[in-house]
Structures are given as structure tokens and as C-alpha cells.
Design a protein around this ligand. Structure first.
Ligand code: ADP
Ligand code: AMP
Length: 223
């Protein structure tokens, strides 16, 4: 999933992962977990994340490769927030090639700058399970409480206006060129991300041929 911060990559990746039955791998979530647990990697990543800068390539690439080697990725996976630089994309290509696989598609979620600023200011995240809400468009059932795990909803430290503006600059400079990189490879699928969440997911799933497995009625299973 490619697109500026706040485009809805995580929201879409989470829904598509359930539909397709493959893991959703978010490098941002991996870093936030590590920060919460106070690991050395989390402390290193925090220095960059708090300023809205990218975590150095060598740190991110190693983490993603280790994650992709896990058993649950054998049937496919959805990457959210990775790659974010051309160097990361090139390393990913090499890694996938060594495993004899390739990306089916790179979905670019296209949303205007004004809308991403509005979305990020209204985003709330569960401090326990990292589920994502929007105060207006995707609110929790109970104020401040996660529907999924009853954890407390927080505003991310990097969702302040100054850090948001820096993340957008960093996106334009370092990540936006990836659209051209994947377009040349014939892998880019551009999706308008300003429609309702369910409409966006239906469009991506339709274009990628992802259909929720629907259980067969009794009696039809053996035939
Ligand atoms: P990203 O992973 O690209 O940073 P998120 O998935 O966290 O973006 O979404 C950013 C914010 O926008 C969240 O508050 C989310 O609930 C909200 N959001 C996501 N998709 C939509 C949409 N199609 N319409 C309105 N709000 C959305
Ligand atoms: P996200 O949750 O995708 O918005 O990511 C939050 C922050 O984590 C980013 O602003 C970066 O500082 C860092 N991060 C996440 N993924 C990457 C990546 N692929 N490369 C570098 N930094 C990353």
C-alpha cells in the first residue's frame, strides 16, 4: 500500500487482510510496538518517528525481511508503509526474487493534501491493539474506547500539525518517487481514496480479484 500519511493505507490494509486471509504487515505498527515495549530498536526508531523523519533503511529492511520469513506469510501478505524509499523497494525486489515471488500489485491510495491533514488530525489509535478510528468518519461505538479490545484511544505523538507537515514533505521527497518506480514495472494500481472506506476497499478488492471466502451451503461441500 502506497500513499501519503493519512491516505487510509492502514485502514484499507486491515480490511483487505481480513478479506484475503493474509497478514497485514505495517512497519509503523512494528515500530510503535517496539517503542511501547522500550526495546533498543524502538528507542532508536523513536528519535526519527517523533520528528516525522524516516527510520534508516538498514533498520527497516532487516525488520521486514525477518517478518516476511515467518510461516504466516507463505500464502501472501499485505505491506503497509513499506517500502518508503527507492533503496527499500530495491532491497524488497531482491529479497522477493531470492524467494521466487513478486508483488501482485502496488496500490497507491490517492488523497489530496488538505484531506490527509484533516484525517490525521481526527485520527485516534488504540494504545493496546493499534486499531485506527476517525472521530467523524469512523468513530468508536463508545467514546475513547476501542471497539475491538476495549483499550484506550490515543492521538499518535506524530499526529501533531508540525510533525504532519514534515511527514508530508518527507513523503513527497522520499516516497512519492516509488509510484514511478512501480509504474515502470507495470505493478501500479492507482485508487481514489476520498470515497467512503467501504467503497475504497470494494474497489481495491474488485480490481485485485480478492473475494471473501463464502461458506458453501450444507450439501454442496462434497460436490
Ligand atoms: P495511513 O495508514 O495511510 O496513515 P489511516 O488508515 O491511519 O492512514 O487513516 C488515516 C485516518 O483517516 C484515520 O483516522 C482513518 O479512520 C481515516 N480514514 C481512512 N480512510 C478513510 C476514508 N475513506 N474516509 C474517511 N476517513 C478515512
Ligand atoms: P506509519 O504508521 O506508516 O504512518 O509510520 C509511522 C512512522 O514510522 C513514519 O513516519 C516513519 O518515521 C516510520 N516508518 C514506518 N515505516 C517506515 C519505512 N518503511 N521506512 C522508514 N520509516 C518508516
Amino acid at each position: 500500500m502506497l500513499g501519503p500519511p493519512g491516505a487510509g493505507k492502514g485502514t484499507q490494509a486491515n480490511l483487505l487482510s481480513k478479506k484475503a486471509g493474509v497478514p497485514h504487515i505495517s512497519t509503523g505498527d512494528i515500530f510503535r510496538d517496539a517503542m511501547k515495549n522500550g526495546t533498543p530498536m524502538g528507542r532508536r526508531a523513536a528519535e526519527f518517528i517523533q520528528r516525522g523523519e524516516l527510520v534508516p533503511d538498514e533498520v527497516v529492511i532487516g525488520i521486514v525481511e525477518e517478518r516476511l520469513k515467518e510461516e504466516d506469510c507463505r500464502g501472501g501478505f499485505i505491506l503497509d508503509g513499506f517500502p518508503r524509499t527507492v533503496a527499500q523497494a530495491e532491497s524488497l525486489d531482491k529479497f522477493l526474487e531470492s524467494k521466487g515471488i513478486s508483488l501482485d500489485a502496488v496500490v497507491e491510495v490517492v488523497v489530496s493534501r488538505d484531506e490527509v491533514v484533516r484525517r490525521l488530525s481526527n485520527r485516534r489509535t488504540c494504545e493496546h491493539c493499534q486499531a485506527v478510528y476517525h472521530l467523524i468518519h469512523n468513530p468508536p461505538k463508545e467514546d475513547g474506547i476501542c471497539d475491538r479490545c476495549k483499550g484506550k484511544l490515543m492521538q499518535r505523538q506524530d499526529d501533531t500539525i508540525e510533525v504532519i507537515l514534515n511527514r508530508l514533505k518527507v513523503y513527497e521527497r522520499q516516497t512519492a518517487p516509488l509510484a514511478g518506480y512501480y509504474e515502470k514495472k507495470g505493478r501500479l494500481l492507482k485508487i481514489g481514496g476520498e470515497k467512503k472506506i467501504e467503497e475504497v476497499v470494494a474497489e481495491i478488492a474488485g480490481k485485485l480479484g480478492i473475494h471473501s471466502p463464502s461458506p458453501l451451503p450444507t450439501g454442496e461441500r462434497d460436490g
